[in-house]
Design a protein around this ligand. Structure first.
Ligand code: ADP
Length: 633
């Protein structure tokens, strides 16, 4: 693709890479960093001495960019060009350009700490500041000292403060690809609308009716709002299409869309047809949609945040940062001058938006990452002093260490235990990997594998239409097993067992409003987890899925015992005088059972005395989501 901005700089880029172990490359979104850099370095011969690995913080981007590069090189995906994301590996021994999520690269470094198979590692989209990319930055700094003669590291970003990264890597060179953005006119709303979905619908229709050709890109917060917008727009656009204005196609774009629907945004529209793309922040920098002239920016993003002082997650709709707002506006100026309609007043932008987005490392639970770093057994790495670009708070590191101690993953000196070492091999949260280790001792590994796989894929299980509200969710699951009064983990297990008994019948999924793709994914994840368990436990395991009637009558006791150990920090005791529970981990607080849970009172109107929960969320009242009864007193 010779006409992308980056192409003119090929000589300069490869020369700088030849001469320096680390290079920072800053270039506007769409300049060709993700698709072209790997190809340039291939032309320069870097695939002769190893694989060029390109990390992406998002699964969708890894898949989409790998497809594109395979297409541009005229090779079959999975051969010379491939991708690897958690639970899905499309690479072969012939793969020389490998797109992978940052999490997968971290995992690879467990079995090969020096990442010897790679000649080049490109940490792409570093501006997203994902937790895993931040950790990789620290590890690369170390690796480059060990492999300085035969490893090249590139850090690329659309917006990142290049000087900061360059300093982090001992003042490495920074290359800047000048952007070719056309001017974008910014129009602000007078007030924040009370309902941005309605306001975005109206703005999009106005543009469609009054403005010249050019695609519209709307930034919404999540799948539910996207579905609402798509359906609103479909109704309204049809009403206008009585001959007067051009056609429109409305395309959703978000991370849980099946790949075949995602790629639709890359095909140009038919003549005289306007595309209205309704996207999450995935279209901010991860995926570049060409042809956009009008951007409608809600000013919001959905963000998962962890509070280490309460151990609680919240999924909040928060205001975007100035950097994000500018990226969104920039999407309108790629092909010609464009317009960005900000659905908020300029004073909100100036006075309320943060300058930059808070890095994920400062709003995540670090238990998994700390376990992973410990499992590398690097003599020179002290977690509390690990070289982070922006360090997490001392409190969240301590929180992670305490959690790991409670589930026997580290000892009182903070050293990783043999259990912890094995847990780190499983691509799961520490509570689930600990449950699997324990289930092995209790002879219920088959059931625990199913629960872990179901929980890993939970968001992709329910059919699109039925995911909208929790109430509807319960309704749609009413024909399915109900967890025998024991809660959500048991229900997830029973659903899978029912499906297993139909010999994985696709019609059964459809009849029960379960997404076929989601269930097939669970089956595959379960198989992969079983393989890892076989490897780390070194004894043959009975991992067949079907449970026995006898286990059912025993109330899945062994499984619940294993869950108790894995979730030792996620236990709660019922409070007699309150309509709720008190958590028993190292942080005690009053919480309730989430309304989506199938856990119910028994015939005596009593909830179980003790439960474990998968996570605590602020909704806004603190709730336990995915709850399972454990032994009664
Ligand atoms: P950057 O990484 O600098 O944001 P990319 O390399 O992702 O830029 O994009 C360069 C160009 O390639 C853009 O015009 C984009 O639309 C196009 N592109 C990227 N992925 C695909 C794909 N899967 N199919 C078609 N076009 C793509």
């Amino acid at each position: 693709m010779a006409n992308l901005p980056i192409s003119q700089y090929e000589e300069k880029i490869v020369e700088t890479v030849d001469k320096n172990p680390v290079v920072v490359l800053i270039g506007e979104t769409g300049s060709g960093k993700s698709t072209q850099l790997s190809q340039m370095l291939r032309r320069r011969g870097y695939t002769k001495s190893g694989v060029i690995g390109v990390t992406q913080p998002r699964r969708v981007a890894a898949v989409s960019v790998a497809r594109r590069v395979a297409y541009e090189l005229g090779v079959q995906l999975g051969e010379e060009v491939g991708y690897a994301i958690r639970f899905e590996d499309r690479t072969s021994e012939n793969t020389r350009i490998k797109y992978l999520t940052d999490g997968v690269l971290l995992r690879e470094s467990l079995s090969n700490p020096e990442l010897n198979q790679y000649s080049v590692i490109i940490l792409d989209e570093a501006h997203e500041r994902s937790l895993n990319t931040d950790i990789l930055l620290g590890l690369m700094k170390r690796l480059i000292k060990i492999r300085s003669s035969n490893l090249k590291v590139l850090v690329t970003s659309a917006t990142l403060d290049g000087d900061k990264v360059s300093k982090f890597f001992s003042d490495c060179p920074i290359l800047t690809i000048p952007g070719k953005l056309y001017p974008v006119e910014i129009l602000y709303s007078k007030e924040r609308p009370s309902n941005y979905v309605e306001s975005a619908t109206k703005t999009a229709l106005d543009i469609h009716v009054k403005e010249p050709e050019g695609d519209i890109l709307i930034f919404a917060t999540g799948q539910d709002d996207i579905e609402k917008l798509v359906s609103n727009l479909e109704d309204k656009v049809r009403a206008f299409e009585e001959g007067s204005c051009m056609d429109a196609i409305i395309l959703p774009l978000h991370g849980s869309l099946p790949p075949e629907l995602q790629v639709r945004v890359f095909s140009p529209p038919p003549p005289n047809c306007r595309r209205i793309i309704v996207a999450t922040n995935i279209a901010e920098t991860s995926l570049t949609v060409d042809g956009v002239v009008y951007v409608i920016d809600s000013g919001y993003v959905k963000q998962r945040q962890y509070n280490p002082s309460t151990g609680m997650y919240s999924l909040d709709i928060v205001q975007i940062s100035k950097v994000q707002a500018n990226q969104r506006a920039g999407r309108a100026g790629r092909t010609r001058p464009g317009t960005c309609y900000r659905l908020y007043p300029s004073r909100v932008y100036h006075d309320e938006f943060l300058d930059v987005t808070v890095p994920e490392i400062q709003r995540s639970s670090l238990a998994g990452s700390v376990l992973y770093l410990k499992s590398l057994n690097l003599p020179d790495i002290d977690i509390l002093k690990f070289d982070f670009l922006d360090p997490p708070s001392f409190e969240s590191l301590q929180d992670a260490l305490k959690q790991l101690y409670l589930i026997d993953a580290i000892d009182e000196d903070g050293a990783i235990t043999s259990i912890g070492q094995k847990m780190a091999e499983l691509p799961l949260e520490p509570s689930l990997s600990r449950t699997l280790m324990e289930a092995n001792n209790y002879g219920c590994i088959s059931q625990a594998l199913t629960v872990a796989a179901m929980l890993s894929a939970e968001t992709t299980l329910l059919s699109v239409q039925s995911s909208k509200t929790e109430k509807k969710r319960k309704h749609n699951m009413s024909n399915l097993p109900d967890g025998s009064g024991l809660g959500d983990h048991i229900q997830l297990l029973q659903i899978y067992e029912c499906w297993d008994q139909t010999d994985y019948d696709i019609g059964w999924c459809k009849d029960n409003n379960l997404k076929v793709r989601g269930m097939l994914f669970v089956k595959d994840v379960r198989k992969q987890l079983a393989q890892i368990m076989q490897k780390i436990s070194k004894v043959p395991l009975d991992v067949q899925a079907n449970g026995t009637v006898e286990e059912f009558h025993r109330g899945y006791r062994n499984l619940r015992k294993a869950l108790c150990v894995g979730y030792a920090n996620q236990l709660a005791e019922r409070k007699l005088h309150h309509n709720g529970y008190r958590t028993l981990g190292f942080k005690s607080q009053v919480v309730q059972v989430h309304p989506s849970s199938v856990l119910r009172q028994d015939e005596l109107g009593k909830f179980p005395d003790y439960v474990v929960y998968h996570e605590l969320i602020a909704t806004p009242r603190p709730c336990m989501r995915n709850v399972c009864a454990v032994e009664m007193r």
